[in-house]
Design a binder for this molecule. Structure first.
Ligand code: NAP
Ligand code: MG
Length: 510
């Protein structure tokens, strides 16, 4: 990390008078702004992306017909990493045609158990390459290496392993029915978990016998193209998966393509609504996994240290670039001061900086546009009367960075309590009764996830039955398993990914 060129953030730690600092001096020194720092611990595996990546269509890499390429940037230093092919209309046509050919050809005729073997093979190669893929994921997306290494890659492989097992057991997933593939699936994914989102989409689609055209996000296409190489290495028949990089127009051309039978989208609610309109009136099947504004509820009887640790992980994981990030914290009034003190204590120890350093907790914000969006929402939060609590950590001079932030004094009408920030910013609100907590937590257009912290099992069940959220974690947060379904209520989308539920998106039942 270029600490020599470090600059101080402008933000000042501002906290209400009633919550004096409790961080002992010795612990504050852990902070980058303090005297003592961790020695650099750079990732030992050095991986250099290719200079240029092409489109993966019909089992081969080919140049885009238009000859247009766009740069992919390393958000930790703003330097271009590689040139990425931009798929235009005729490339989308070619990819959809290749997927159709594979569906009508070898893939469609293949016994289900054989399909499963391909998925197992892909999963094993991902495991073998996981170190190299983790480095590429971190370089292109900005997330800390310990997260891509310990979360993204193991989860990516686990999803292929899990759905491999279902390929020849669909009759048990849908007893008494015959499950047929839907056909050609057009899948569009975001930039926050590039490989994992690709796995969530591709693995169940292939297990059910479909073929795929996948469009990765513009700012994170590199690992998707390395995944394409793994498909080649696994001898996956040509055209079963096609990967077309590009921008929003490529995604639109794909979802609107008449040759696509099913659209699966993960991304913003705004684009999700456009896709829902585009698909309305057609025979296409649709699933949408959209934004979120998750609430944590900490009751007075909770184990506070454990709850604060869960809240910290829930909002600062992947720089808050997580659809289920717990960005609203509801604290029962009696423990408010204690929770704020611990939050402040804990964020002072978080290390922000070089994503390839193994000690880094918070890496780079994925793009300049996202950084500006986070800053403008935080500015609005302060302008509306919130009090900003930030560590005075030093940040590298180049790259896109945002320090871990907590805004107190937030009310339900503030923009920070309503809009998805998708960054490392936690808004804190209070409540008196369990009823009030549930009512306020549900007061959002979203409904993806929530966290409940209490030592009373009965209170957990009472609360979660009233929360309008697709996933609720109790006394833990952000726990994922391929066998467990994930998806939203309200404007967070519809359809479930993961588990048996995730198969239902990719079959026609007879
Ligand atoms: P986004 O702007 O909606 O983009 C998502 C994908 O859609 C990207 O590949 C994008 O391409 C493409 N796209 C843009 N315009 C399109 C159009 N008109 N038609 C078809 N495709 C289009 O979202 P994002 O900013 O990348 O991702 C962040 C959002 O994703 C957040 O709101 C987050 O909550 C949500 N998310 C949800 C989940 C979930 O499971 N619910 C998981 C992860 C993320 P470009 O990248 O080239 O613009
Ligand atoms: Mg990038």
């Amino acid at each position: 990390m270029p600490r020599t060129t470090a600059r101080r953030t402008k933000a000042v730690a501002v906290v209400a008078e009633s919550h004096p600092p409790v961080v002992p001096k010795s612990r504050r020194a852990l902070n980058f702004g303090g005297k003592w720092q961790y020695a650099p611990a750079p990732e030992a595996v050095v991986v250099k992306p290719d200079a240029q990546y092409e489109l993966f269509i019909g089992g081969a890499f080919r140049e885009p017909e238009s000859g247009v390429y766009f740069p992919s940037i390393n958000p930790a230093n703003e330097k271009p990493l590689a040139k990425i092919a931009h798929a235009g209309g005729s490339d989308v046509d070619a990819a959809v045609a290749a997927a159709r050919k594979a569906l009508n050809g070898p893939w469609g005729k293949m016994p289900a158990a054989e399909r499963g073997k391909y998925l197992y093979r892909i999963a094993r190669i991902i495991q073998e390459r996981s170190r190299e893929l983790a480095v590429l994921e971190t370089l292109d997306g900005g997330k800390p290496i310990k997260e891509s290494r310990d979360f993204d890659l193991p989860q990516t492989a686990a999803n292929f392993f899990y759905y491999a097992g279902w390929a020849d057991k669909l009759q048990y997933a849908f007893p008494g029915r015959t499950a047929r593939p839907v056909g050609v699936c057009g899948q569009v994914i975001p930039w926050n978990f590039p490989l994992l989102m690709a796995a969530w989409k591709i693995a169940p689609a292939l297990a059910c016998g479909n073929t795929v055209v996948l469009k990765p996000a513009e700012s994170t296409s590199i690992t998707a193209m390395h995944l394409a190489r793994i498909f080649q290495e696994a001898d996956l028949p040509a055209g079963v998966v096609n990967i077309i990089s590009g921008a929003g127009d490529t995604g639109r051309a794909l979802v609107e393509h008449p040759g696509v039978d099913k659209v699966a989208f993960t991304g913003s609610t705004e684009v999700g609504k456009l896709i829902a309109k585009a698909v309305a009136g057609t025979k296409k099947k649709l699933t949408l996994e959209l934004g979120g504004k998750a609430a944590h509820i900490i009751f007075e009887d909770a184990a506070i240290d454990q709850a604060v640790e869960g809240v910290i992980g829930g909002i600062f994981f992947n720089q808050g670039h997580v659809c289920c990030a717990g960005s609203r914290l509801f604290v029962q009034e009696g423990i408010y001061s204690a929770v704020i003190r611990r939050l402040r204590d804990r964020i002072a120890t978080l290390r922000v900086g070089d994503p390839l350093d193994k000690n880094t907790d918070i890496g780079a914000i994925n793009s300049r546009a996202q950084l500006e969006k986070i800053q403008s929402l935080v500015d609005a939060g302060v302008a509306e009367g919130g009090q900003l609590l930030q560590t005075s950590c030093s940040l590298p001079a180049k790259g896109y960075w945002f320090p871990p932030s907590v805004i107190t004094g937030v009310t339900a009408s503030h923009r920070v309590a309503q809009e998805e920030i998708f960054g490392p910013v936690l808004s804190v609100l209070t409540f008196r009764t369990p009823e009030e907590a549930v009512e306020r937590a549900n007061n959002t257009p979203y409904g993806l996830s929530a966290g409940v912290w209490t030592e009373k099992g009965s209170k957990i069940f009472k609360t979660i039955s009233k929360l309008r959220a697709g996933v609720v974690w109790a006394n833990t947060y952000n726990k994922f398993d391929p066998a467990s379904p994930f998806g939203g209520y309200k404007e967070s989308g519809f359809g479930r990914e993961g588990g048996v539920h995730g198969l239902a998106n990719y079959v026609r039942l007879e």
